[in-house]
Ligand binder design. Structure first.
Ligand SMILES: NC(=[NH2+])NCCC[C@H](N)C(=O)O
Ligand SMILES: [Mn+2]
Ligand SMILES: [Mn+2]
Length: 339
């Protein structure tokens, strides 16, 4: 009945209205890697003004803070070789998945603040449970986080979430007790990476073997960030239909832009490039969930922490519609006159 263009416009309007409803979830989880402190990420990012900054984006923002996820360890669950603190990851993930699904079903875009990147198994899964298998995953990171328990040198589960989510890799995992809830999983065909520059050898092998779409720093330098994001969206979702999940590891940004993180890598995205990606995601009108992870306030000086927290907040604001050109006043049509 309606033309494709009209339908597209309807969806955009619906999504812009929906985008103003945000649910913030903190996940103070730090067992996916060995450096203590990353569990304080949610507190520092909130104290840095997250909720207020979101509310100030424009007059129609509707922000609800759902607080932090807590969990108890399930004593039934056995450990898995070369997955450190596996029991923690499984027990926390269960709760995170439930909460993310609830927030999305409440009609809000779910913003999850970590915590280390191991939590993204659960946020992506929660998104899938609420929406469908067929979502787009935009993984912005210096690292591919594509190790299995067999390929990881570190045994840190924050280096494994993408491999846990990918159905194409399910045969490469041992039995994972307590992870049966983690179904359905997604196809690697719906994944794109931005910012890669510290990729392990097996990760590289998987990326090439499965033809995963990856804009590493080299491609970003060659084509520019705007062309890369356009190519990614065109390739993954030419019909502009799919729900988008962004998992933003703060170490995607250059170590100068975000020094307080556990595995910093130099030569990364500028804050402007990070913001540019998120502005494009916002314009799509299809952002349903975003993670911001790996801010570790125990690393570096107070200045380092402030820089990192403020970079995180800038990236988040861009995702939820902050306009660098500024906004006109919402209820006045002209400059106030001097009387
Ligand atoms: N989310 C992160 N910062 N991941 C870093 C992973 C580093 C390394 N590839 C590993 O598997 O241990
Ligand atoms: Mn990383
Ligand atoms: Mn990561």
């Amino acid at each position: 009945m309606f033309s494709k263009l009209t339908r597209c416009l309807f969806t955009q309007i619906r999504n812009i209205v929906r985008d103003t409803k945000v649910g913030v979830l903190g996940v103070p989880f730090e067992n996916g890697q060995p450096k203590i402190g990353v569990g304080n990420g949610p507190r520092f990012i909130r104290d840095g003004g997250l909720i207020q900054s979101l509310k100030e984006i424009h007059a129609y923002m509707d922000v609800v803070d759902y607080g932090d996820v807590t969990y108890t360890i399930d004593p039934q669950i056995q450990n898995v070789p070369n997955m450190k603190e596996y029991v923690h990851m499984v027990s926390c993930s269960r709760e995170v998945t439930k909460r993310v699904t609830e927030i999305i079903k409440d009609g809000r875009v779910c913003l999850t603040v970590g915590g280390d990147h191991a939590i993204a198994v659960a946020t992506v899964d929660g998104h899938i449970q609420a929406v469908s298998h067929d979502i787009i995953l935009v993984w912005i990171d210096a690292h591919a986080d594509l190790n299995t328990s067999h390929t990881s040198d570190s045994g840190n589960t924050h280096g494994m979430p993408v491999a846990l989510l990918a159905k194409e890799l399910s045969d490469y995992w041992p039995y994972l007790p307590g992870m049966d809830w983690q179904n359905p999983v997604m196809s690697i065909k719906n994944l794109v990476y931005f910012g890669l520059r510290a990729v392990d050898s097996y990760e590289r092998l998987i990326i090439e073997k499965l033809g995963i779409l990856a804009f590493g720093m080299e491609e970003i330098e060659t084509y520019g960030i705007d062309a890369c994001i356009n190519m990614a969206f065109e390739k993954l979702d030419p019909d502009k239909q799919k729900s988008i999940h962004v998992s933003f590891d703060i170490d995607a940004l250059d170590a100068f832009e975000a020094p307080s993180t556990g595995t910093p890598v130099r030569g990364g995205l500028t804050l402007r490039e990070g913001v540019h990606i998120m502005e494009a995601v916002h314009r799509s009108g299809r952002l349903t969930a975003m993670d911001l992870v790996e801010v570790n306030p125990s690393i570096g000086s107070k200045k380092d922490v402030d820089i990192t927290v403020s970079a995180a907040i800038h990236v988040i604001k861009a995702a939820f519609g902050f306009n660098r050109k500024g906004l006109k006043p919402s209820n006045v049509s002209d400059l106030p006159k001097h009387t």
